[in-house]
Ligand binder design. Structure first.
Ligand code: DC
Length: 232
């Protein structure tokens, strides 16, 4: 691990390359990467499977009753990344569908859901040396993070990336227009919800990565990291 051990918060809209940047940065620094969105997605998948999330309704009572028993962990995979596990089962592919994303966006508006996942995330950050990406990492989870980055890109760019990503992962993507509509709907929900809406922390550094390649955005993040003075 890099001698400078801090927490790094990366926030931004959905599908704007946060996870790629966070994963690359963690690998480069020897830090632990935590995808907080995967935790909301795994919880949503569990709720969908149990029938607690339907077209219009969420069975909040059932979710509230069982939330503490639902285990969400990460396990290193052969590709050098991490797989999300739900009660011990690897669900990395299942949580990447539009249905799981939509469910995650919906349950993430619930105060008790956020409270429980934030508690778990803060626990993981106690030892430092964490790169965590999400929506509220710099504002709520680690308000004292030494480095906060905020990524943006227009919805059209993000929808196209999502489309390409699904194809590359062997998932048949829905039509581009459908993905774009879902991205816009999620943006609206993520930024307007009452509980911890997506917001750039005052001390976060912003990057619009529309024209920034993956290698280039990593270089930018590393530069920001090296600007942070090491503590005595
Ligand atoms: O980053 P993602 O697309 O995997 O996130 C899925 C959903 O979870 C997204 O709609 C917003 C929610 N989320 C959140 O509310 N807070 C976080 N820290 C991470 C994700």
């Amino acid at each position: 691990m890099h001698a400078k051990k801090i927490n790094i918060a990366i926030d931004g809209f959905s599908s704007c390359g946060k996870s790629t940047m966070a994963r690359d940065l963690a690998r480069k620094l020897g830090y632990t990467y935590i995808d907080s969105g995967a935790m909301y997605r795994a919880l949503a998948l569990h709720a969908i499977r149990k029938g607690w999330i339907t077209g219009t309704e969420i069975n909040e009572e059932a979710l509230r009753k069982h939330i503490r028993e639902i285990s969400i962990t990460f396990s290193p995979n052969a590709r050098g990344g991490q797989d999300t596990c739900l009660n011990g089962e690897c669900v990395e592919t299942e949580i990447r569908t539009l249905e799981a994303a939509d469910g995650a966006s919906r349950i993430s508006t619930l105060g008790f859901v956020r409270k429980e996942l934030v508690r778990r995330q803060q626990e993981m950050g106690k030892a430092k040396g964490i790169v965590m990406d999400g929506r509220d990492i710099g504002t709520v989870v680690f308000p004292d993070a030494e480095l906060k980055l905020f990524l943006t890109a227009p919805p059209e760019v993000r929808a196209q990336r999502r489309f390409d990503e699904m194809k590359a992962a062997g998932i048949t993507p829905p039509p581009y227009e459908e993905i774009l509509a879902a991205v816009k709907e999620r943006d609206l929900r993520d930024t307007t919800r009452a509980e911890s809406p997506l917001r750039k922390a005052d001390d976060a550094i912003e990057l619009d990565n529309t024209r920034t390649g993956i290698g280039e955005q990593l270089q930018w993040a590393l530069e920001m990291f090296h600007r942070i003075p090491a503590k005595e």
